[in-house]
Ligand binder design. Structure first.
Ligand SMILES: Nc1ncnc2c1ncn2[C@@H]1O[C@H](COP(=O)(O)OP(=O)(O)O)[C@@H](O)[C@H]1O
Ligand SMILES: [Mg+2]
Length: 214
């Protein structure tokens, strides 16, 4: 089986790229799959998350891809890539080329919604994306329901040509998990019930043909 490649991308900082990347990685690691996490951000947050990870959790291999050429092991089941902020132009193209699926987190804030609109406009013109060789989906992140700005984000995401696959709430659970180098899938289920439920539609998309090229 060839490696399944997933990129978490949005040039806006702080929208949840690293949070999504590490949780996607730990989701598959917990299922016993071999997972490689590649960090393209010189801030190295993903690598720090791995350093905090105790050996009692399923192993995930990290690659600091911002400094070393990324040569993922051929036998990896999953390659999860965490993109840096402020990427544009050819750097976006280079990243997108490596991925079968791109997940884009967007925050419910007017500034982030506008930035996402521009970025999505640009990325839909990207050859790989327009030729369906890379599939793109958006995720609303850090959502507090029943806020006006969340309703605005929802309206915006629903109007897009790309699938809006999940809404993740704003919760300390992600922060607590990150402190220990774990994902929410590795926390006590009673604490993260609601989050696991919200992730189901995200992982369903990732596990379906809808997220694969062709
Ligand atoms: N759903 C969420 N609920 C609460 N905090 C979150 C959530 N998603 C991200 N965060 C926090 O927001 C901050 C930015 O997230 P991060 O994943 O580092 O974004 P990026 O990698 O896009 O810069 C971090 O402190 C992270 O813990
Ligand atoms: Mg990050």
């Amino acid at each position: 089986m060839s490696t399944r490649t997933i990129l978490v991308l949005n040039p806006k900082g702080g929208c949840g790229k690293t949070t999504l990347a590490v949780n996607i990685a730990s989701f598959y690691a917990k299922q016993g799959r071999s997972v490689v996490l590649a960090d393209f951000d010189p801030q190295g947050s993903t690598m720090e998350w791995l350093q905090a990870r105790s050996e009692k959790y399923p192993q995930i291999k990290g690659i600091p891809a911002w400094k070393n050429e990324l040569r993922p092991p051929k036998d990896a089941d999953y390659l999860v890539m965490d993109a840096p902020a402020a990427v544009h132009g050819r750097d976006v193209t280079k990243l997108v080329k490596r991925a079968q699926s791109v997940v884009m987190p967007v925050l419910p804030s007017p500034i982030d919604i506008r930035a996402a609109a521009h970025f999505i406009h640009d990325i839909l013109l990207n050859g790989k994306v327009s030729r369906n060789e890379t599939k793109l989906a958006v995720v609303a992140n850090r959502v507090r329901e029943n806020t006006i700005v969340y309703h605005k984000l929802q309206r915006f995401l629903k109007r897009l040509e790309i699938p809006f696959i999940a809404t993740l709430r704003d919760t300390q659970n992600y922060i607590r998990a990150a402190e220990r180098g774990t994902g929410i899938f590795e926390m006590a289920p009673s604490m993260v019930n609601q989050d696991l439920e919200q992730w189901r539609s995200l992982t369903r998309w990732l596990n379906s043909k809808r997220s694969l090229p062709g």
